[in-house]
Ligand binder design. Structure first.
Ligand code: GRF
Length: 203
């Protein structure tokens, strides 16, 4: 089972997945890491783990469709069974998503369907929520709206600021994302016509 991971930043979720593969908790191989930013810290994490890396810089492309096409072509060359978006901060167009439907997942820092989009921690605090969290979902063209595979909740404390809350959520992301990737690698979760299908043994 081959995994490709797309990143834009520090790659702490990528690291959690690498660690889980190395510990034997994910029965898969991370074959490639692609970043749209040459300075993404996650590229060093990948290199340190001996994973092939590639930068496809969106600034080299005039149109979003051309970028998506280049990214899709490079990805296909790696023949991934699963493409994991891990802090990949580019919106992927409908044509790209259609090409990889059912093989494309993302982690989003909120309890979807609440707080799609950016600045989720600030918005959850401002709304007076008492709970927040993260969701792993299949990607569809509509942003952060695809079928949710699994979620994990954390409390919001009265004295929280966005940074503290983000830290608490991210610690949870690093548990949830490897777990879901492991389920998919084991064939226990799939995207069916009616949404997410799983084998019934998932907590
Ligand atoms: C995570 O908080 C994720 O939910 C969001 O971007 C962040 C990526 O962090 N989409 P990292 O690059 O995995 O450290």
């Amino acid at each position: 089972f081959r995994i490709a991971v797309l990143i834009s930043g520090s790659g702490t979720n990528l690291q959690a997945i690498i660690d889980a593969v190395q510990a034997g908790r994910i029965a898969a191989h991370v074959g490639r890491v692609i970043s749209n930013r040459p300075d993404a810290g996650g590229l060093e994490r990948a290199a340190a783990a001996g994973i092939a890396t590639e930068v496809i810089d969106h600034r080299d492309f005039e149109r979003r469709e051309a970028y998506d096409q280049a990214l899709a072509d490079r990805l296909e060359a790696a023949r991934p069974d699963l493409i994991v978006l891990a802090g990949f901060m580019r919106i992927l167009g409908a044509a790209f998503v259609a090409r990889f439907t059912g093989r494309l997942i993302n982690i989003h820092p909120s309890l979807l369907p609440a707080y799609r989009g950016l600045h989720t921690h600030e918005r959850a605090i401002a709304a007076g929520e008492r709970q927040h969290g993260c969701s792993v979902h299949y990607v569809i063209p509509e942003l952060d709206a695809g079928p949710v595979i699994a979620q994990a909740a954390v409390p919001i404390h009265p004295d929280d600021d966005a940074a503290r809350l983000a830290q608490r959520v991210q610690a949870m992301e690093h548990v949830l994302y490897p777990q879901v990737v492991g389920w998919i690698a084991d064939g226990r979760v799939q995207l069916g016509d009616g949404g997410v299908r799983h084998d019934g043994r998932i907590p």
